[in-house]
Design a binder for this molecule. Structure first.
Ligand code: KG4
Ligand code: ZN
Length: 336
């Protein structure tokens, strides 16, 4: 039996988790509210908040799991990608603690972790089998990955500019909604007409995505309508949100469909904060019956940034002896 302490600090949440093999004993996230005032993550403030949060967060994770540090088999931490100042807080802490305890330190790729989160043992959730396609959609990433085994993954499509979560958040900002606006767009969208307004899809070759053009399109659309009717947004908020969400979901589903045809793989596993979106969830459910896909959506707490997903990668790396002994360096642009 292995006990893994995992630490995630790539962006604005300080997270720690304890796993016993592939089961999560505790999963703690300290959210940083400070960024809401600025309408986005401020790297310097994130790094400082991580420094304040890391000790209590790890302490709570160990206590909730009822595990003492000397019972730990290894410590896993996020090596990248992410904000350098944030990554360094997690890695320095993990390195020192692993060294003090004399146990292995395992560097984990955050993107790999979003994908392998599907392998956490959780009642009521099934796991995909290899090979499968992963769609990781969050405020920082948008990728389609062909996952051949735990550690053989190929990015077959990704965004060339904004991530899909940014498309949601920036659209929300244009509408005057607070940050992060993705969940709010989703809430309003559920009460609106998704066909009321149409936005054109970006033309991007192959399986890649682009969302910055859509954002500009929405900005001009709002500016034009507000010039004619200053109350345009408040009078049509639900329909505007539904139409934006519908467009984004269609873009994602179109590329997924292409990826399925290209690879012949019909298992789709989604991850990242945007996988909470009701529109994408409904579209995937429909594809199960209409297109014969098998779709996988992890438990919500394992899909937004969290440390349990870092722990599951740590576990598989530990049992496969697939890590460098305490040598890893943080990397803001780490690739899969
Ligand atoms: O994975 P996550 O917690 O953090 C990273 O960005 O890595 O994802 C956060 C992103 C934000 O952009 C947020 O607006 C978006 O996920 N999000 C949603 C929903 N819930 C979270 N976007 C659309 N609909 C939602 N229900
Ligand atoms: Zn993430």
């Amino acid at each position: 039996m292995k006990y893994i302490l995992a630490i995630e600090s790539s962006c604005d949440d300080t997270a720690a988790a304890v796993l016993r093999d592939i089961k999560v004993l505790s999963n703690v996230v300290a959210r940083q509210a400070i960024h809401e005032e600025y309408g986005g993550v401020v790297p310097e403030l994130a790094s400082r908040a991580h420094q304040q949060n890391i000790v209590p967060t790890v302490d709570i994770a160990l206590k909730k799991a009822n595990i003492k540090p000397d019972q730990l088999s290894a410590i896993a931490y996020t090596q990248g990608p992410g904000l350098m100042g944030s990554l360094l807080v997690g890695s320095s802490f993990a390195k020192s603690m692993a060294m003090a305890l004399g146990i292995p330190l395992i560097a984990v790729n955050h993107m790999q972790a979003h994908i392998l989160a599907h392998f956490i043992e959780e009642e009521g959730y099934k796991k995909p089998t290899f090979p499968f396609l992963a769609l990781t959609i969050s405020g920082g990433h948008t990728q389609i990955i062909n996952v051949r085994s735990f550690f053989e993954m190929e990015v077959i499509g990704e965004t060339t500019d904004d991530a899909v979560g940014e498309a949601f958040d920036k659209s929300a900002k244009i509408l005057g909604l607070p940050y992060p606006g993705g969940p709010l767009i989703d809430q309003y969208a559920q009460k609106g007409n998704p066909k009321k307004y149409t936005f054109t899809h970006p033309k991007v070759a192959g399986l890649d995505f682009s969302f910055s053009g859509l954002k500009t399109q929405i900005l001009y659309f709002i500016q034009k309508n507000v010039a004619q009717n200053p109350r345009f947004i408040e009078e049509n908020l639900t329909d505007i949100c539904a139409s934006i969400q519908h467009t984004i979901v269609e873009i994602l589903m179109d590329k997924l469909q292409k990826a399925v045809i290209q690879t012949g793989i019909q298992q789709i596993a989604i991850g990242g904060g945007v996988s909470a979106n009701s529109g994408i969830r409904t579209a995937l459910k429909t594809a199960e019956t209409e297109r014969n896909w098998q779709t996988f959506v992890p438990k919500f707490e394992y899909t937004t940034d969290n440390a349990a997903m870092i722990g599951i990668v740590g576990y598989y790396k530990l049992i496969e002896n697939n890590f460098e002994e305490n040598q890893s360096l943080s990397s803001a642009r780490l690739k899969l």
